[in-house]
Design a protein around this ligand. Structure first.
Ligand code: HEM
Length: 166
């Protein structure tokens, strides 16, 4: 199923998800550096990475929702997409809660803030896998009729008509 929101022929959601995954994932690394190395500056960096990651997730989510709404009901993709979406809402709420708890003193995050962000990061691994299952296994957000000799997305809006003679 082709993505409903594409830029230069590629799914916008798949472009944008690198930001929440990268930034929120990096915040855990910086928190660990702060915990293990005692560098409170690293915790401050983690705080701003969380803020940027949550904004990135809020930007990516609507494009995922548009594609999810286009998935036919009753398919495995629809239910996997719902799990993916619901899980990612929990991920964003957990990280937003963590940022809120850190707001007063980002250099010294309370234990609950770390529990929320580490837990959110663990859940994001599961939801990212579900996202990959949607794309790689069920072809959501992949050009209809995609094949190894498909012409450039910049030249041709659809591939189906271009099916190769294998
Ligand atoms: C923090 C928020 C989110 C993150 C980090 C995220 C992450 C991902 C990832 C990693 C993929 C697989 C991309 C690939 O393999 O190329 C994906 C695909 C997908 N996600 Fe999300 N997602 C988020 C929110 C949502 C939401 C809220 C929805 C729907 C309501 C959604 C619907 C989809 C759909 C339908 C796909 C299949 C590919 C596509 O349509 O482009 N995602 N997502």
């Amino acid at each position: 199923m082709e993505s409903k929101v594409r830029l230069f022929g590629h799914a916008v959601h798949q472009m944008l998800v690198v930001f929440p995954l990268g930034l929120l994932g990096a915040s855990v690394v910086f928190d660990l550096l702060a915990l293990v190395g005692g560098y409170s500056l690293m915790a401050v960096v983690a705080y701003y990475l969380i803020l940027a990651g949550v904004i990135g997730g809020l930007l990516a989510a609507p494009f995922g929702a548009i594609d999810w709404l286009a998935i036919p009901a009753g398919t495995r993709a629809k239910s996997v997409g719902a799990l993916h979406a619901g899980g990612n809402v929990i991920v964003l709420v957990a990280f937003a809660g963590s940022a809120w708890l850190r707001y007063a003193e980002p250099a010294v995050p309370p234990v609950l803030a770390l529990v929320l962000s580490f837990g959110g990061a663990a859940l994001s691994l599961v939801t990212a896998w579900l996202g990959g299952e949607l794309v790689d296994r069920m072809g959501v957000g992949v050009s209809d009729g995609a094949h190894l000799n498909a012409p450039s997305s910049l030249r041709h809006r659809s591939v189906a008509a271009e099916r190769p003679t294998r």
